[in-house]
Design a protein around this ligand. Structure first.
Ligand code: GLY
Length: 368
């Protein structure tokens, strides 16, 4: 098992990465259970695949579960979903000193974390992420939120979990497309700050996606360790360090918006193509050699993630995509900070990017 500490002053916690953690949850999370009933929020798919193992482990410790099952999909991350969950927790008399367990992907973790942030001004929660994306990104670092008609993740709080159990066996049942989408966030850690990890992924990415146990554990643990370091340095994204985690997200978000935040382009797929565009835009500005940008594109294309704009079949121009960026929540006093590259393994926050220039670049990219 890999154990990665998230060293936050006053509320440090661990991310444990191994196969079989769900079936051993009662022992793993013993310190966070103090009543004979445990509240579990789970998306229906996660409960279907992992509910019995979770239930059996708690039962062996004499504990019973109360389940709140969420309909899979972003729809649960809404005001209605939040109200339902908070009322359910209140009806169960969950107290500040209790811990709620979140079993599922990013939607389940984000919604449960936010409900726990506001329940009685804050109760504890344990994350049990069951997708690759949630294991390497959303379950770690305490960003919690719901979506509103004005946009995604616009209402939320920083609220850290007390423990994260990343059970690699949960990925056995994850559809390959979602596995690849999560892999985009894995390779992101290499591109933004760890050239050696990027090189390792070039040789081992296929094994990671095939769920080779050793390769998968190394990839998840290395990603989580990178995120833990960044979160410990800049928990609330105020110094610029945590902003590095947004590499590929500004381009990616514009593409997700243009495709209606639909199955046409999953978040991780948007991030993957967004990183290619960030690398190519960095090359256009003379920050990195074009060959380095193409190394990024190749690494992403090699695992079947989108690496070129024309392949998306969009019916729009660069100005329209740049316009989506104007509504990005990272807008700061009228300018949009952009994550660019000084090298593969060295991202930085640029504050001098003109959206008109980005639009011209995107026009070139759309032509292929
Ligand atoms: N997913 C980006 C962050 O946690 O900051």
């Amino acid at each position: 098992m890999a154990v990665i500490p998230v060293a936050l002053a006053g509320r440090p916690y661990e991310v444990r990465v191994a196969r079989g953690l769900i079936g051993n949850v009662a022992q793993e999370a013993q310190a966070f259970v103090r009543k004979d009933r445990v509240a579990v929020v789970a998306d229906a798919n996660a409960r279907h695949f992992h509910g019995a193992a979770l239930e059996a482990s708690f039962a062996s410790a004499g504990l019973a579960l109360d389940w709140l099952e969420l309909v899979p999909g972003e729809g649960a991350k809404s005001w209605d979903g939040l109200r339902l969950l908070v009322d359910w927790l209140l009806a169960r008399e969950v107290e500040r000193g209790d811990h709620v367990f979140a079993l599922g992907g990013g939607v389940t973790g984000d919604l449960t974390g936010f409900a726990c942030a506001i329940l009685k001004r804050g109760c504890g929660f344990v994350q049990i992420p069951t997708t690759l994306l949630a294991q390497v990104d959303s379950s770690v670092g305490g960003k919690t939120a719901i979506n509103t008609p004005a946009g995604k993740n616009l209402v939320g709080a920083f609220h850290q979990p007390s423990l994260v159990l990343a059970d690699l066996a949960a990925l056995d049942t994850l559809p390959d497309r979602e596995m690849r989408a999560g892999y985009a966030e894995v390779i992101k850690y290499g591109i933004l700050g760890d050239a050696a990890f990027f090189d390792w992924l070039a040789d081992n990415g296929a094994a990671v996606l095939a769920r080779d146990p050793a390769a998968l554990e190394h990839a998840v643990a290395t990603s989580v360790a990178a995120k833990a370091r960044i979160v410990a340095e800049d928990e609330r994204e105020t110094t610029g360090a945590r902003a590095l985690l947004n590499l590929g997200h500004t381009f990616g978000h514009a593409l997700e918006a243009e495709t209606g935040f639909s199955d046409r382009l999953l978040h991780g797929e948007g991030v993957a193509l967004g990183m290619v565009l960030a690398a190519r835009y960095s090359a256009r500005r003379g920050l990195i050699p074009a060959a380095d940008a193409e190394r990024v594109a190749l690494a992403i294309a090699a695992v079947g993630l989108p690496a070129s704009l024309p392949a998306l079949g969009l019916d729009c121009d660069g100005a329209r995509l740049a316009d989506h960026m104007r509504h990005d929540k990272k807008m700061d006093a009228g300018t949009l900070p952009f994550l660019l590259l000084r090298g593969v393994g060295e991202a930085f926050l640029a504050r001098d990017v003109e959206l008109a220039d980005v639009a011209a670049f995107l026009d070139e990219q759309l032509k292929g």
